[in-house]
Design a binder for this molecule. Sequence first.
Ligand SMILES: [Zn+2]
Ligand SMILES: [Zn+2]
Length: 395
Amino acid sequence: MTSSAPVRVVWSREMLAYDFGHGHPMTSERLDLTIRLAEALGLLVGDDVELVGAEMASDALLQTVHTPAYVAAVHAASTDGTPDPVFGLGTSDDPVFPDMHEASARVVQGSVDSALAVWEGRALHAVNVTGGLHHAMPASASGFCVYNDAAVAIRALLEAGVQRVAYVDIDAHHGDGVQTVFWDDPRVLTVSVHETGQALFPGTGHARETGGPGAEGTAVNVALPSGTGDAGWLRALDAVVPAVVRAFDPDVLVTQHGCDTHLLDPLTHLRVSVDGQVLAAHLLHDLAHEVADGRWVALGGGGYAVVDVVPRSWTHLLGIATHHPVDPGTQIPDEWRSLVRERYGRLGPDLMTDGRDARFSPWSSGYDPGNDVDRSIRATRAAVFPSLGLDPDHD
Ligand SMILES: [Zn+2]
Ligand SMILES: [Zn+2]
C-alpha cells in the first residue's frame, strides 16, 4: 500500500536557524552543506521525493515530553536572551541564541510530521537530518539539544495508535534523553551503540541499563571502547541491533544517524569511516523493510567534521532512503567543492568514499574474550537478551 508513496525529506532554509553561533560545534553549516551536496548529486528531485519544511511545534506538543516550566524557560531565554542554568540554558554546551525556541520547535515538528506521514502511509520513509537531538531532557537542554524531537515524534506515534516503536541510535554519544523519556514504557525499545561513557559525554549508556520496572529489556546499550573502528563498530551493530529489533517486532523504526563516530570527528574517539556509516544506514533501511513494512523515520544527530564528514554521510543516508544510493566512488561535484573553497579557503573531500571496504566478521564467527570490543558486545547480550527471549550465546 505504501510502496508508491514518496519519501519525505524535511528541509527548508528556515531549518538553518538552529545554530548555536560562531565557534560552536553545532553549526547549521553542516546542514546547509549536506543539502547542497545532495542537491548537486540530484537526489532531491523527482516524483518519488517530497521536500517539505516544518511549522513550529505547539507548546502542547512539546509538553508531551518536556515540562511546562522548561518550555516556558526556553521561550523566555529566546525572547530576552536570559540564560537559565537551572534548565541548562546559557551553558557553554547550550548557549542561548536568538529565536532558540522557534528554531528548536521547528525541528520537532519536522520529526513529528515525518513520523505521522510514515505511519499513515503518506510517506514510504522520511528523513529529517535537522533532527536527532537525542540529549534533550524533559526539564533541561543538554549536549547541544534543546527539544528532543525524537522523543516527541515517538510520543506522537503512540498517541496515534502505534503499539510498539523501536528507536536505534548510532551516534557516538549515548542517546540518553530518548532512553530517559521511555525508560518505564514497554511500548518503546531504545537501542544505543556508542563510545563508552567512561570516555565520552554524557557518561551513561552502560550495558546494565536495560529499562525500568515493567519495561525490562526495552533499553539496550552497547558501550564501545574508544578507538573502535569500522570492523568493531559494524560487528557490534550486527551482533545486537537486528536481533533485539526483530524480537521487539516494532510497527515503526526510528533511527538516529549522528555521524560523529567518524575518525575525523573532533569531539569523539571512535574511528569509523563514511563507508562504515553507509553500511550501517543500509542495515537499518533493510531492517525497516523486514520488520516494519518499511515504516522508517531517519534522523540526523551529532557530527562535527562539518566539511569532511557530515555532508557525505547524510547525503548517502538520503540516497539510501530515496532508493537512489550513491556509488561510493562517485566524484563530488565541482560546484560543491567550489563552495567549500570560497567559504573555508580549502578543498573539501573529492570522493563520496573514504576508500575503506568496511568489512566485519559476524558474531556467529566466534567470540574472542581477549578483544575489548567483543567483551562490550558480550556484556550487552548477557544483560538484555534474556529479557527479550533471546539467547546471549547463540544467534
Ligand atoms: Zn553525538
Ligand atoms: Zn526502502
